[in-house]
Design a protein around this ligand. Sequence first.
Ligand code: PEP
Ligand code: MN
Length: 331
Amino acid sequence: MIIKFDNQETQIKEKLLNYLRNEKALFKEIVFPQYQVINLLSRDDNLKENVKRNFSSLKIFNKDGYLLVSRKFQNEDTVIELSEGLTIGDSFQIIAGPCSVEDEKTMDTIAKALKKLNIKVLRGGTYKPRTSPYDFQGLEEEGLKRLSAVKEKDNLLVVSEILDHNLIDLYNQHVDIFQVGARNMQNYALLKALAKKVSKPIILKRAANATIYEWLMSAEYLMLGGNIKIILCERGLKTISEETRNTLDLSAVLALKKLTHLPVIVDPSHGSGRSDMIAGLSLASFVVGASGVMIEVHPNPAQATSDGFQAISLSALEELVLKINKLKRCL
Ligand code: PEP
Ligand code: MN
């Protein structure tokens, strides 16, 4: 049983807490900026019935399927403040950067290009989840430090994927937004640890074989652990398509808008694996109502240390931003 309180409902919340303590019930309090939640963990049906009867004015929900992330629990869109004056969930944000953090000069060139285009968030992989152990594994801590340096110098927010819960404190020192990659969407130990220790926004990518239900259940882990700043990211599914690395499921964006209050962004780079499809898929993402896109870019994609084939050049990014701005004026 989950009980939701508006922030003004302090008296009745205290009354219920006293009752639960007297009954020696097991429960957990979760505090969000907009409201508070009690997660009643005791399985005692009598206790639950008594709560329902004695506190009939409360908003009580059953725990079937995902709940906290659903529109049933919160109808209004969640708008996440990324930094002062910069939000996601109520406007279209572009996140761009290399697949993996590159050398200083390349990072500097990318950061300058983003600034010129008024893009506020830089992505860059540091500890990379590569299919082959022989492939470049990322610059690791050095990469995080490099992101921090770019952030200081160019006043950008930075996002990087975390693979290991032991690195949460290190990431907290360097990134503004955490990323959970497709391969770790169902790494529940990682999700629980992040929910417990991280108050910054978390991008939760969809696993290549995950249903929307499974994806939202993973988001539920984060929210139940106390972090509501979740940004869902559609990044394509494994299908029979042989023309693309993955098949971008843009209908998922439309489905999610009905099911969840959380913002949804799209990654057309991993979603297609093809630089020539990034612009079209980004525009399509805007049209279906995504809250943004996360794109791999590189000054010289052929030279990128990873995923260059699905990165666009900085001039192609500029063209895309112009098109998105045009589209914004039309819709
Ligand atoms: C990435 O964004 O760098 C990445 C590895 O993506 P995904 O988890 O979607 O494969
Ligand atoms: Mn990549």
